[in-house]
Design a protein around this ligand. Structure first.
Ligand SMILES: [Zn+2]
Length: 121
């Protein structure tokens, strides 16, 4: 009984430690305007038309679904930021993108196999 409790405690500590190690991402916002994209056709790098819920990063493959803590769930459908650990969220208007501003948040990959944490250099 005590042994089970000790193992459970160790596992919990490990989970907490891993969670703490997840790097923070810089989260910014953009829209399909000329200012944000140097073009205004609204077509993402994946070929799909930009819609709400899409975001851009170089760190993960297209169609990866992620949860940005405190912001929401998004699908990676665009490339944009050149730097790593940077996610750009698409908004329908430039004003909304400006209002979002810049934030820092941890990111979880939500995959078919459940939840994996992102460890990136
Ligand atoms: Zn814009």
């Amino acid at each position: 009984m005590l042994r089970t409790a000790l193992i459970a405690g160790a596992v919990l500590l490990l989970i907490l430690a891993l969670d703490h190690c997840r790097p923070e991402y810089r989260i910014t916002a953009y829209c399909s305007c000329e200012k944000c994209c140097k073009k205004s056709d609204g077509i993402t790098a994946s070929g799909a038309n930009a819609i709400q819920g899409y975001c851009a990063t170089r760190d993960l493959p297209f169609r990866t679904v992620i949860e940005i803590e405190g912001v929401g769930i998004f699908k990676i459908m665009d490339r944009g930021p050149v730097d790593r650990r940077h996610i750009d969220i698409w908004f329908p208007t430039h004003r909304q993108a400006l209002e979002f501003g810049t934030r820092k948040s941890r990111v979880k990959v939500l995959g078919l196999k459940g939840v994996q944490y992102v460890f990136m250099q």
